[in-house]
Design a binder for this molecule. Structure first.
Ligand code: TRP
Length: 329
């Protein structure tokens, strides 16, 4: 059985793209592995030093993940800042992380371009904290998207370096979790590109049925097919891609046939699509609200998660301190 660690940024609500692009696979992954899912609320401070509502954002993201089916009875679900052992390992790893390699990290170069007035040291050492998150549980698998591949590569390097430096074979070098062909890219409603939280092209799991309807009815299309058998344009293809994951196959076939015979009415298709998205998101939205109002449940999840995570983390830290040479008097 593999040990999997995945950090979740506590900025922004989950949208359909997050669900079908990642989360849905996490639901299966959590049953087959020893999973640690945590909310990266320290990492959040590197870009949002004065978050308007740090606690509220953490709570929201946690409720959304739980509502989607991340099961705290199966996986270890916790908040990064509840596990102080992570910060200590981060400190120790920083001793063998070099400024040069950190400065060359793509995400760092991007961040300093984006926030020239806040080039803080934690931005530079972001990959070190991420490595600590992962190796503190001696994980061997990390589900990462393209944007996190370099960070995972650096995690492997830091783990390897620790092993070499102290002549031990202690930390495993984690690899990307392979979902096979199951990863779906969900496009946005604006015609091109993928669904995102900042692009304004997404449907959020917390959106009300009215909001969803409004968003879908406004989705970009084209002037319609002019010849039978014509390939749909990108914006129309995108609607079919979304329909493919939320609607049943008969519905998809119905509209594909209508398209092929040039009889399609995009208004009808959007109405159906909105209905099917709502059918999918509405139970999740209600669950999110239920969870958010159940303070007792949330507090139980968080404290049990912290306890499990700390058990694993403190064991590693004890061993790491010993390996480095810290001994009790
Ligand atoms: N850097 C990740 C992101 O931006 C979040 C993260 C922090 C993470 N620590 C992690 C992901 C550990 C996987 C494992 O999405």
């Amino acid at each position: 059985m593999d040990t999997v660690v995945s950090g979740i940024r506590s900025t922004g609500n989950l949208h359909l793209g997050n669900y079908f692009g990642a989360l849905k696979n996490f639901l299966k992954m959590q049953k087959e592995n020893n999973c640690y899912f945590f909310i990266a609320d320290y990492h959040a401070l590197t870009t949002h030093p004065k978050p308007e509502d740090l606690h509220g954002n953490i709570k929201q993201v946690l409720a959304e993940y739980l509502a989607c089916g991340i099961d705290p009875e199966v996986a270890t679900v916790f908040i990064q800042s509840d596990v102080p052992e992570v910060s200590e390992l981060y400190l120790l790893l920083n001793m063998n992380a070099y400024v040069g390699e950190l400065e060359r990290t793509t995400s760092f170069k991007e961040k300093i371009r984006k926030q020239p007035d806040n080039i803080n040291a934690a931005l530079l050492t972001y990959p070190v904290l991420m490595a600590a998150d992962i190796i503190i549980h001696k994980a061997n698998k990390v589900p990462v998207g393209k944007d996190q591949e370099q960070h995972l590569e650096m995690t492997r390097r830091f783990a390897r370096r620790f092993n070499m430096m102290y002549e031990v074979n202690y930390f495993p070098e984690p690899n990307a979790y392979n979902f096979g062909q199951q990863l779906v890219k969900i496009p946005g409603l604006d015609g091109t590109g993928k669904m995102g939280k900042s692009e304004g092209n997404g449907v959020f799991l917390v959106d009300s049925p009215q909001e969803i309807k409004k968003k879908v009815m406004r989705a970009v299309t084209d002037t319609g097919p002019t010849a039978p058998g014509q390939e749909p344009s990108e914006p129309v293809m995108n609607l079919f891609t979304i329909m493919n994951v939320v609607s049943d196959q008969d519905t998809v076939k119905y509209f594909k046939d209508k398209y092929a015979s040039c009889e399609i009415r995009y208004g009808d298709m959007k109405k159906q699509l909105a209905e099917d998205i709502i059918k999918f998101t509405n139970p999740i939205r209600l669950r999110i609200n239920d969870i958010l109002s159940d303070e007792k449940y949330l507090s139980k999840v968080v404290s049990e998660g912290a306890e499990k995570a700390r058990a694993s983390a403190s064991k590693t830290l004890r061993e790491v301190r010993e390996i480095i040479g810290y001994r009790p008097f």
